[in-house]
Ligand binder design. Sequence first.
Ligand code: ZN
Length: 188
Amino acid sequence: MAADVIYLSLGFMMSEKSEIVQLGAEVLRQKARLVDDFNGVKFRELLDVLQEAMQESNGIGIAAPQLGASWQIIIVASRPTTRYPNAPEMAPVVMVNPRFRVVDSCLLKDWEGCLSVPGIRALVPRYRSIQVDYQHANGQPRQMVLENFPARVFQHEYDHLQGLVYLDRVETNQDIISESEFFKRIAA
Ligand code: ZN
């Protein structure tokens, strides 16, 4: 990373410009650690940085490893953006230490992209409906049922915490296309 990287005592690193870590970086292939200190300054700072980075990049979700922070924190925030013009609107949810179980094992294929894998999109099979268990940013346990696109966003971000990226889930290379083609043909 660039010279502006700062190292923080919690054990993660990020740049002042909150650069999104790109495919090939080791942190994207690691299993992220469970958060156990919900009151630390560094945890609060990381939440702020995650929210900011997601907004700035027109993302609809983000995972802490994408900022070089190997902790189990994601934000799921489906909304129409320039990157995902057809995404449904939902209030952003910060999920710490998330788990899920499958409610409807039907797998749906739809287009995904990733801030850490720029320039391409791919068709990815995901469970249609899931029940998510997670901790709120204040540490309290929460539960939520997600369906369709928001369920897809969750499963994409959850994978980042396991060291997986969406390309690992693609059934065939023919389901991978360039982002310019995606905007020409699919999101047009
Ligand atoms: Zn991603």
